[in-house]
Design a protein around this ligand. Structure first.
Ligand code: PLP
Length: 422
Protein backbone atom coordinates (compact mmCIF):
# COMPACT_ATOMS: atom_id res chain seq x y z
CA UNK A 1 0.00 0.00 0.00
CA UNK A 2 1.37 3.43 -0.83
CA UNK A 3 1.50 5.95 1.95
CA UNK A 4 -0.42 8.80 0.43
CA UNK A 5 -0.83 10.85 3.61
CA UNK A 6 2.22 10.99 5.83
CA UNK A 7 1.56 12.21 9.38
CA UNK A 8 4.58 10.91 11.24
CA UNK A 9 7.01 13.79 10.89
CA UNK A 10 8.07 13.70 14.55
CA UNK A 11 9.50 10.24 13.90
CA UNK A 12 11.20 11.33 10.71
CA UNK A 13 10.37 13.92 8.09
CA UNK A 14 11.45 12.48 4.73
CA UNK A 15 13.42 14.86 2.47
CA UNK A 16 11.23 16.49 -0.16
CA UNK A 17 11.89 15.94 -3.87
CA UNK A 18 13.24 19.48 -4.23
CA UNK A 19 15.57 18.99 -1.25
CA UNK A 20 16.95 15.80 -2.80
CA UNK A 21 17.35 17.46 -6.19
CA UNK A 22 19.40 20.35 -4.76
CA UNK A 23 21.42 17.94 -2.62
CA UNK A 24 22.22 15.64 -5.55
CA UNK A 25 23.38 18.65 -7.55
CA UNK A 26 25.79 19.48 -4.73
CA UNK A 27 26.94 15.88 -4.43
CA UNK A 28 27.62 15.56 -8.17
CA UNK A 29 30.97 17.21 -7.60
CA UNK A 30 33.29 14.76 -5.86
CA UNK A 31 33.85 15.64 -2.22
CA UNK A 32 37.17 15.05 -0.51
CA UNK A 33 37.84 14.54 3.16
CA UNK A 34 37.73 17.94 4.91
CA UNK A 35 40.97 17.02 6.71
CA UNK A 36 42.90 16.47 3.43
CA UNK A 37 45.20 19.28 2.30
CA UNK A 38 44.57 18.92 -1.47
CA UNK A 39 42.01 20.80 -3.57
CA UNK A 40 39.08 18.44 -3.01
CA UNK A 41 39.83 18.31 0.71
CA UNK A 42 39.97 22.09 0.88
CA UNK A 43 36.67 22.38 -0.98
CA UNK A 44 35.09 19.94 1.44
CA UNK A 45 36.48 21.92 4.35
CA UNK A 46 34.95 25.13 2.94
CA UNK A 47 31.58 23.40 2.52
CA UNK A 48 31.80 22.18 6.12
CA UNK A 49 32.60 25.69 7.39
CA UNK A 50 29.71 27.21 5.45
CA UNK A 51 27.28 24.65 6.85
CA UNK A 52 28.57 25.30 10.37
CA UNK A 53 28.10 29.03 9.90
CA UNK A 54 24.50 28.66 8.68
CA UNK A 55 23.58 26.27 11.47
CA UNK A 56 25.19 28.59 14.01
CA UNK A 57 23.05 31.40 12.61
CA UNK A 58 19.86 29.33 12.73
CA UNK A 59 20.66 28.18 16.26
CA UNK A 60 21.82 31.66 17.29
CA UNK A 61 25.09 30.47 18.80
CA UNK A 62 28.77 31.13 18.00
CA UNK A 63 30.44 28.89 15.41
CA UNK A 64 32.74 27.16 17.86
CA UNK A 65 29.81 25.90 19.94
CA UNK A 66 28.57 23.66 17.10
CA UNK A 67 29.64 20.00 17.17
CA UNK A 68 28.44 17.83 14.29
CA UNK A 69 27.40 14.37 15.47
CA UNK A 70 25.45 11.44 14.05
CA UNK A 71 22.11 12.59 15.42
CA UNK A 72 20.38 13.72 18.57
CA UNK A 73 20.73 10.33 20.27
CA UNK A 74 24.49 10.74 20.19
CA UNK A 75 24.24 14.39 21.24
CA UNK A 76 22.03 13.49 24.19
CA UNK A 77 24.38 10.70 25.30
CA UNK A 78 27.30 13.14 25.20
CA UNK A 79 25.44 15.84 27.09
CA UNK A 80 24.29 13.48 29.85
CA UNK A 81 26.69 10.58 30.49
CA UNK A 82 29.52 12.44 28.73
CA UNK A 83 29.11 15.47 30.99
CA UNK A 84 28.89 13.46 34.23
CA UNK A 85 31.91 11.34 33.31
CA UNK A 86 33.98 14.47 32.65
CA UNK A 87 33.34 15.87 36.14
CA UNK A 88 36.02 15.98 38.85
CA UNK A 89 33.57 14.16 41.10
CA UNK A 90 33.06 10.39 40.78
CA UNK A 91 29.66 9.57 39.26
CA UNK A 92 28.60 7.94 42.54
CA UNK A 93 28.82 11.35 44.23
CA UNK A 94 26.75 13.13 41.58
CA UNK A 95 23.03 13.72 41.25
CA UNK A 96 21.08 14.29 38.03
CA UNK A 97 17.52 15.53 37.51
CA UNK A 98 15.39 14.70 34.47
CA UNK A 99 11.78 15.17 33.43
CA UNK A 100 9.53 12.14 32.92
CA UNK A 101 9.11 13.27 29.30
CA UNK A 102 12.68 12.69 28.19
CA UNK A 103 13.57 10.73 25.09
CA UNK A 104 15.29 7.38 25.81
CA UNK A 105 18.57 8.83 24.51
CA UNK A 106 18.58 11.11 27.59
CA UNK A 107 17.09 8.66 30.04
CA UNK A 108 18.96 5.46 29.13
CA UNK A 109 22.54 6.76 29.59
CA UNK A 110 21.53 8.10 33.00
CA UNK A 111 19.81 4.85 33.96
CA UNK A 112 23.00 3.05 32.93
CA UNK A 113 25.11 5.26 35.18
CA UNK A 114 22.66 4.76 38.01
CA UNK A 115 22.78 0.97 37.69
CA UNK A 116 26.49 0.60 37.09
CA UNK A 117 28.06 3.65 38.75
CA UNK A 118 25.59 4.51 41.52
CA UNK A 119 24.48 7.83 40.06
CA UNK A 120 21.70 9.39 42.09
CA UNK A 121 18.87 10.19 39.65
CA UNK A 122 15.60 12.06 40.26
CA UNK A 123 12.62 12.40 37.95
CA UNK A 124 10.46 15.50 38.30
CA UNK A 125 6.68 15.10 38.61
CA UNK A 126 4.48 16.36 35.80
CA UNK A 127 1.54 18.67 36.35
CA UNK A 128 -1.84 17.52 34.92
CA UNK A 129 -1.30 19.91 32.01
CA UNK A 130 1.99 18.24 31.16
CA UNK A 131 4.12 21.24 32.15
CA UNK A 132 6.94 21.08 34.69
CA UNK A 133 6.91 23.34 37.76
CA UNK A 134 9.92 25.26 38.86
CA UNK A 135 9.03 24.67 42.52
CA UNK A 136 9.51 20.95 41.90
CA UNK A 137 12.93 21.55 40.44
CA UNK A 138 13.84 23.67 43.47
CA UNK A 139 12.94 20.93 45.90
CA UNK A 140 14.92 18.33 43.96
CA UNK A 141 18.15 20.33 43.65
CA UNK A 142 20.85 19.19 46.06
CA UNK A 143 24.44 20.40 46.53
CA UNK A 144 25.48 17.32 44.51
CA UNK A 145 23.21 18.02 41.51
CA UNK A 146 25.56 18.37 38.54
CA UNK A 147 23.09 17.88 35.68
CA UNK A 148 19.53 18.94 34.88
CA UNK A 149 18.18 17.59 31.56
CA UNK A 150 14.81 18.81 30.30
CA UNK A 151 13.41 18.67 26.78
CA UNK A 152 12.11 21.85 25.16
CA UNK A 153 9.15 20.18 23.42
CA UNK A 154 7.80 16.69 23.74
CA UNK A 155 7.81 14.44 20.68
CA UNK A 156 4.73 12.50 21.74
CA UNK A 157 2.26 15.08 22.99
CA UNK A 158 3.82 18.33 21.81
CA UNK A 159 3.87 20.14 25.17
CA UNK A 160 6.42 22.93 25.54
CA UNK A 161 8.49 23.20 28.70
CA UNK A 162 9.69 26.48 30.21
CA UNK A 163 13.35 25.72 29.42
CA UNK A 164 14.02 29.31 28.35
CA UNK A 165 12.79 30.70 31.64
CA UNK A 166 14.73 28.13 33.64
CA UNK A 167 17.84 28.85 31.58
CA UNK A 168 17.41 32.58 32.11
CA UNK A 169 17.08 31.96 35.84
CA UNK A 170 20.29 29.92 35.96
CA UNK A 171 22.00 32.67 33.96
CA UNK A 172 20.72 35.24 36.46
CA UNK A 173 22.04 33.23 39.40
CA UNK A 174 25.40 32.66 37.73
CA UNK A 175 26.09 36.11 36.33
CA UNK A 176 23.42 38.37 37.86
CA UNK A 177 22.20 39.23 34.35
CA UNK A 178 18.54 39.33 33.37
CA UNK A 179 17.48 38.50 29.80
CA UNK A 180 14.07 39.95 30.40
CA UNK A 181 13.64 42.74 33.01
CA UNK A 182 10.08 41.55 33.69
CA UNK A 183 11.48 38.38 35.27
CA UNK A 184 13.14 40.28 38.13
CA UNK A 185 10.49 39.78 40.81
CA UNK A 186 9.77 36.16 39.86
CA UNK A 187 13.46 35.28 39.82
CA UNK A 188 14.07 37.02 43.15
CA UNK A 189 11.19 35.02 44.59
CA UNK A 190 12.67 31.76 43.26
CA UNK A 191 16.10 32.76 44.55
CA UNK A 192 14.69 33.34 48.00
CA UNK A 193 12.95 29.96 47.99
CA UNK A 194 16.18 28.34 46.87
CA UNK A 195 18.07 29.94 49.71
CA UNK A 196 15.47 28.74 52.19
CA UNK A 197 15.72 25.24 50.78
CA UNK A 198 19.55 25.06 50.63
CA UNK A 199 22.20 27.69 50.80
CA UNK A 200 23.26 27.57 47.15
CA UNK A 201 26.08 29.78 45.97
CA UNK A 202 26.66 31.44 42.61
CA UNK A 203 29.61 29.09 42.24
CA UNK A 204 27.31 26.11 42.54
CA UNK A 205 25.13 27.30 39.66
CA UNK A 206 28.17 27.96 37.51
CA UNK A 207 29.04 24.28 37.84
CA UNK A 208 25.56 22.85 37.32
CA UNK A 209 25.06 21.70 33.70
CA UNK A 210 21.65 22.39 32.13
CA UNK A 211 21.04 20.29 29.01
CA UNK A 212 18.03 20.73 26.74
CA UNK A 213 16.88 18.26 24.09
CA UNK A 214 15.68 20.74 21.46
CA UNK A 215 15.03 18.15 18.73
CA UNK A 216 11.33 18.84 18.35
CA UNK A 217 11.37 22.57 19.02
CA UNK A 218 14.13 23.47 16.55
CA UNK A 219 12.57 24.60 13.28
CA UNK A 220 9.04 24.44 14.68
CA UNK A 221 9.27 27.13 17.34
CA UNK A 222 11.46 30.14 16.61
CA UNK A 223 14.84 29.73 18.31
CA UNK A 224 14.44 32.98 20.24
CA UNK A 225 11.39 31.50 21.97
CA UNK A 226 13.25 28.61 23.62
CA UNK A 227 16.92 29.54 23.65
CA UNK A 228 18.65 31.06 26.67
CA UNK A 229 22.29 31.79 27.53
CA UNK A 230 21.67 29.59 30.60
CA UNK A 231 21.42 26.45 28.43
CA UNK A 232 24.83 24.76 28.71
CA UNK A 233 24.16 22.36 25.88
CA UNK A 234 21.35 21.41 23.55
CA UNK A 235 20.77 18.85 20.84
CA UNK A 236 19.08 19.00 17.44
CA UNK A 237 18.60 16.48 14.64
CA UNK A 238 18.47 16.96 10.86
CA UNK A 239 16.04 14.23 9.87
CA UNK A 240 13.22 15.70 11.97
CA UNK A 241 13.18 18.67 9.61
CA UNK A 242 13.56 17.05 6.21
CA UNK A 243 17.33 16.53 6.10
CA UNK A 244 18.93 13.13 5.62
CA UNK A 245 19.01 10.90 8.72
CA UNK A 246 22.36 10.49 10.49
CA UNK A 247 23.23 14.11 11.14
CA UNK A 248 22.73 16.16 14.27
CA UNK A 249 24.32 18.93 16.25
CA UNK A 250 25.29 19.18 19.86
CA UNK A 251 25.66 22.80 20.91
CA UNK A 252 28.12 22.98 23.77
CA UNK A 253 28.68 26.34 25.45
CA UNK A 254 32.13 27.75 25.89
CA UNK A 255 33.84 26.42 29.01
CA UNK A 256 31.62 23.33 29.22
CA UNK A 257 33.22 19.94 28.84
CA UNK A 258 32.20 16.35 28.23
CA UNK A 259 34.05 13.10 27.87
CA UNK A 260 33.92 12.12 24.16
CA UNK A 261 32.59 8.70 23.25
CA UNK A 262 34.29 8.50 19.87
CA UNK A 263 38.00 9.22 20.13
CA UNK A 264 40.82 8.86 17.67
CA UNK A 265 40.68 11.92 15.43
CA UNK A 266 40.95 15.68 15.71
CA UNK A 267 37.62 16.39 13.95
CA UNK A 268 35.23 18.79 15.66
CA UNK A 269 38.10 20.15 17.75
CA UNK A 270 38.84 16.71 19.21
CA UNK A 271 35.33 16.40 20.59
CA UNK A 272 34.00 13.93 18.04
CA UNK A 273 36.41 11.82 16.03
CA UNK A 274 35.54 10.39 12.62
CA UNK A 275 35.39 11.71 9.06
CA UNK A 276 32.53 14.18 8.89
CA UNK A 277 29.28 13.02 7.27
CA UNK A 278 29.44 15.67 4.57
CA UNK A 279 26.33 14.59 2.60
CA UNK A 280 24.35 14.76 5.86
CA UNK A 281 25.90 18.08 6.82
CA UNK A 282 25.13 19.58 3.38
CA UNK A 283 21.58 18.35 3.71
CA UNK A 284 21.21 19.90 7.19
CA UNK A 285 22.77 23.07 5.77
CA UNK A 286 20.00 23.29 3.15
CA UNK A 287 17.35 22.91 5.84
CA UNK A 288 19.01 25.54 8.05
CA UNK A 289 19.03 27.97 5.11
CA UNK A 290 15.28 27.56 4.86
CA UNK A 291 14.81 28.18 8.59
CA UNK A 292 16.43 31.56 8.12
CA UNK A 293 13.69 32.65 5.74
CA UNK A 294 10.39 34.24 6.74
CA UNK A 295 8.64 31.95 4.28
CA UNK A 296 9.44 28.94 6.50
CA UNK A 297 7.76 30.54 9.51
CA UNK A 298 4.74 31.60 7.46
CA UNK A 299 4.35 27.95 6.49
CA UNK A 300 4.74 26.95 10.14
CA UNK A 301 1.93 29.32 11.10
CA UNK A 302 -0.23 27.77 8.36
CA UNK A 303 0.57 24.28 9.68
CA UNK A 304 -0.40 25.39 13.18
CA UNK A 305 -3.75 26.67 11.86
CA UNK A 306 -4.36 23.25 10.25
CA UNK A 307 -3.47 21.51 13.51
CA UNK A 308 -5.84 23.71 15.49
CA UNK A 309 -8.65 23.14 13.05
CA UNK A 310 -8.07 19.38 13.17
CA UNK A 311 -7.88 19.52 16.98
CA UNK A 312 -11.32 21.11 17.14
CA UNK A 313 -12.73 18.49 14.80
CA UNK A 314 -11.26 15.68 16.90
CA UNK A 315 -13.06 17.10 19.92
CA UNK A 316 -16.36 16.30 18.22
CA UNK A 317 -15.56 12.58 17.91
CA UNK A 318 -16.54 10.02 20.53
CA UNK A 319 -14.09 7.72 22.39
CA UNK A 320 -11.12 10.05 22.09
CA UNK A 321 -9.09 11.53 24.96
CA UNK A 322 -6.94 14.35 23.62
CA UNK A 323 -3.50 14.81 25.16
CA UNK A 324 -1.91 17.64 23.19
CA UNK A 325 -2.64 21.15 24.39
CA UNK A 326 -4.41 23.50 21.99
CA UNK A 327 -2.15 26.47 22.75
CA UNK A 328 1.44 26.46 23.97
CA UNK A 329 2.14 23.37 21.93
CA UNK A 330 4.22 22.31 18.98
CA UNK A 331 2.53 23.58 15.83
CA UNK A 332 2.47 20.10 14.29
CA UNK A 333 1.65 17.54 16.99
CA UNK A 334 -1.69 16.00 17.95
CA UNK A 335 -1.90 13.08 20.32
CA UNK A 336 -4.92 11.28 21.68
CA UNK A 337 -5.88 7.95 23.22
CA UNK A 338 -8.67 5.73 22.09
CA UNK A 339 -11.10 4.84 24.87
CA UNK A 340 -13.20 2.38 22.94
CA UNK A 341 -15.07 -0.68 24.26
CA UNK A 342 -13.92 -2.85 21.35
CA UNK A 343 -11.14 -1.32 19.29
CA UNK A 344 -7.57 -0.53 20.24
CA UNK A 345 -5.28 2.19 18.92
CA UNK A 346 -3.46 -0.51 17.00
CA UNK A 347 -6.70 -1.44 15.19
CA UNK A 348 -7.11 2.19 14.23
CA UNK A 349 -3.51 2.53 13.06
CA UNK A 350 -3.82 -0.63 10.95
CA UNK A 351 -7.04 0.69 9.42
CA UNK A 352 -5.38 4.03 8.62
CA UNK A 353 -2.34 2.25 7.23
CA UNK A 354 -4.55 0.22 4.90
CA UNK A 355 -5.97 3.50 3.64
CA UNK A 356 -2.49 4.87 2.99
CA UNK A 357 -2.34 7.08 6.09
CA UNK A 358 0.88 6.85 8.09
CA UNK A 359 0.59 7.79 11.77
CA UNK A 360 2.19 6.38 14.88
CA UNK A 361 1.30 5.18 18.33
CA UNK A 362 2.86 7.42 20.95
CA UNK A 363 6.56 7.67 20.34
CA UNK A 364 7.86 5.80 17.33
CA UNK A 365 10.64 4.32 19.40
CA UNK A 366 8.23 2.38 21.60
CA UNK A 367 5.67 1.48 18.95
CA UNK A 368 5.60 -2.23 18.33
CA UNK A 369 6.82 -2.94 21.85
CA UNK A 370 3.25 -2.63 23.23
CA UNK A 371 4.55 -0.94 26.37
CA UNK A 372 2.33 1.86 27.60
CA UNK A 373 3.84 5.25 26.84
CA UNK A 374 5.85 6.48 29.85
CA UNK A 375 5.05 10.05 28.87
CA UNK A 376 1.31 9.40 28.97
CA UNK A 377 1.61 7.48 32.25
CA UNK A 378 3.27 10.55 33.77
CA UNK A 379 0.78 12.94 32.15
CA UNK A 380 -2.29 11.05 33.31
CA UNK A 381 -1.01 10.26 36.81
CA UNK A 382 -3.06 13.07 38.38
CA UNK A 383 -6.06 12.80 36.07
CA UNK A 384 -8.24 11.20 38.72
CA UNK A 385 -8.48 7.94 36.77
CA UNK A 386 -7.65 4.52 38.19
CA UNK A 387 -4.24 3.07 37.37
CA UNK A 388 -5.85 0.44 35.13
CA UNK A 389 -7.62 3.15 33.12
CA UNK A 390 -4.42 5.16 32.84
CA UNK A 391 -2.48 2.13 31.66
CA UNK A 392 -5.17 1.42 29.08
CA UNK A 393 -5.06 4.99 27.75
CA UNK A 394 -1.25 5.04 27.73
CA UNK A 395 -1.21 1.82 25.71
CA UNK A 396 -3.77 3.13 23.21
CA UNK A 397 -2.41 6.39 21.94
CA UNK A 398 -2.21 7.72 18.43
CA UNK A 399 0.00 10.56 17.27
CA UNK A 400 -0.38 12.67 14.17
CA UNK A 401 2.61 14.88 13.45
CA UNK A 402 2.50 17.25 10.50
CA UNK A 403 4.97 19.04 8.27
CA UNK A 404 4.61 22.01 5.96
CA UNK A 405 3.72 19.64 3.15
CA UNK A 406 0.44 18.44 4.70
CA UNK A 407 -2.74 20.02 3.38
CA UNK A 408 -6.24 20.77 4.66
CA UNK A 409 -7.60 18.20 2.16
CA UNK A 410 -5.37 15.51 3.63
CA UNK A 411 -6.51 16.23 7.16
CA UNK A 412 -10.11 16.26 6.00
CA UNK A 413 -9.60 12.80 4.52
CA UNK A 414 -8.03 11.55 7.79
CA UNK A 415 -10.96 12.98 9.73
CA UNK A 416 -13.41 11.14 7.47
CA UNK A 417 -11.53 7.89 8.06
CA UNK A 418 -11.63 8.44 11.83
CA UNK A 419 -15.34 9.19 11.68
CA UNK A 420 -15.99 5.99 9.73
CA UNK A 421 -13.87 3.94 12.09
CA UNK A 422 -15.49 5.30 15.22
N1 PLP B 1 15.07 13.49 21.15
C1 PLP B 1 13.81 13.57 20.71
C2 PLP B 1 12.84 14.44 21.44
C3 PLP B 1 13.39 12.85 19.60
O1 PLP B 1 12.12 12.94 19.19
C4 PLP B 1 14.34 12.02 18.94
C5 PLP B 1 13.90 11.19 17.79
O2 PLP B 1 13.18 10.26 17.92
C6 PLP B 1 15.65 11.98 19.41
C7 PLP B 1 15.97 12.73 20.51
C8 PLP B 1 16.70 11.15 18.72
O3 PLP B 1 17.07 11.74 17.50
P1 PLP B 1 17.94 10.98 16.41
O4 PLP B 1 17.01 10.13 15.62
O5 PLP B 1 18.58 12.07 15.60
O6 PLP B 1 18.98 10.19 17.13
Amino acid sequence: VNCSIYLDHNATSPPTASHLKTLFELLKNPLGNPSSPHLLGREASVALSKARATLAQALQVPLFEIIFVSGASEANNLATAGVLLASDLPVSQQHAIVSPLEHPSVRAPLDFLRTHHNLSLSTLPLSPTGILNFEDLLTHLTPNTTLVAIMAANNEIGTLQPVQKWGDFFHYLRWNQLQNPEDQSCFDDWKQKLQQHQNFSTQYFRKLHFHVDAVQSFGKIKTERWLSPGLDSFSVSGHKLGALPGIGVLVLRRGRIFSPTIRGGAQEKNKRAGTENLPGILSFHLVAQQLLQQHWWDNTAHMDALRKDFFQKLQTLPHLVLHSPFEQALPNTLSFSLEHPVFTAEDLLVELDLKGICASSGSACSSGSKLPSQVLLALLEHSGRSFEQIKHLAANSVRFSLSHSNTAQELHRVFECLQEFL
